[in-house]
Design a protein around this ligand. Structure first.
Ligand code: FDM
Ligand code: MG
Length: 238
């Protein structure tokens, strides 16, 4: 049970496509619920729900591709519309800002929030297209900062073995390789102490292993936060 004086923990799961983020987020959610920890699953951007997810807690999460901004993002990802790289980057960030208040309220009410992708995906995918890293980071400065980000690391080759990529815009091996390089840069910066700690803790998890092994590894990092967090919520990079 959570401590009533504490706020909920803000946990982000990041990684390439097919790294197992959604599977691990759903598993973690079930585990927290089993421990009587109130938890909400949030997805950026929201996703079309597969049948198995529809039966799980995922169904209760806000499908953020249904906000006005979410719909524009969805259409771009399906290549049904074209947008300038800067424009789509700002839309992804705006999608986080439009949900930031409710996310903060949820945390302050004592509910743990598990976020499937966040600002780090925003930077990694846009910077991989050649936009400046600093420019990409700017719109997300001062969003609620996670307490912990778990980066599920997998090689694009291994990810591809897992049934191949889908049809969406970034689901290509070469794109994923470039995105992974930006994630690696972010991971180094956030673990080297070269920046202040307002981005929270960053842990890289080897996601090339079996589902249950990865889930156990993740749980060891989550357990200390499961009963809630005492301090106020930080602001990203500020
Ligand atoms: N993506 C996701 C971005 O390019 N920027 C962002 O800020 C976010 C949150 O959207 F290819 C990309 C990453 C991915 C695509 O995400 C859809 P899912 O998790 O595969 O649905
Ligand atoms: Mg995808």
């Amino acid at each position: 049970m959570p401590d009533s004086k504490k706020r909920g923990a803000f946990i982000v799961i990041e990684g390439l496509d097919r790294s197992g983020k959604s599977t691990q987020a759903a598993k973690l959610c079930e585990r927290l619920e089993h421990e009587d920890i109130p938890v909400k699953l949030q997805k950026f951007p929201g996703t079309c729900l597969s049948l198995s997810y529809a039966k799980s807690t995922y169904f209760a999460s806000v499908p953020d591709r249904t906000t006005t901004i979410g719909k524009m993002i969805d259409s771009y990802l399906r290549s049904e519309s074209e947008l300038d790289d800067h424009t789509i980057h700002l839309l992804f960030s705006a999608n986080r800002w439009e949900l930031a208040n409710s996310l903060e309220k949820t945390l302050n009410a004592g509910t743990t929030v598990l976020c499937d992708r966040y600002a780090f995906s925003g930077i990694a995918f846009s910077a991989s297209k050649g936009l400046s890293y600093e420019w990409c980071r700017a719109p997300d400065v001062s969003l609620p900062a996670p307490d912990l980000t778990l980066f599920l690391d997998i090689t694009p080759e291994k990810a591809k073995e897992r049934g191949g990529y889908g049809e969406e815009r970034y689901e290509k091996e070469e794109t994923q390789r470039r995105v992974r390089q930006v994630f690696a840069r972010m991971g180094e910066e956030m673990t080297s102490g070269s920046q202040d700690s307002s981005h929270g803790q960053w842990i890289t998890v080897d996601a090339g292993r079996g589902v249950d092994i990865v889930a156990e590894d993740i749980w060891t990092h989550i357990r200390p936060l499961a009963s809630g967090v005492s301090g106020p919520l930080n602001r990203l990079w500020s």
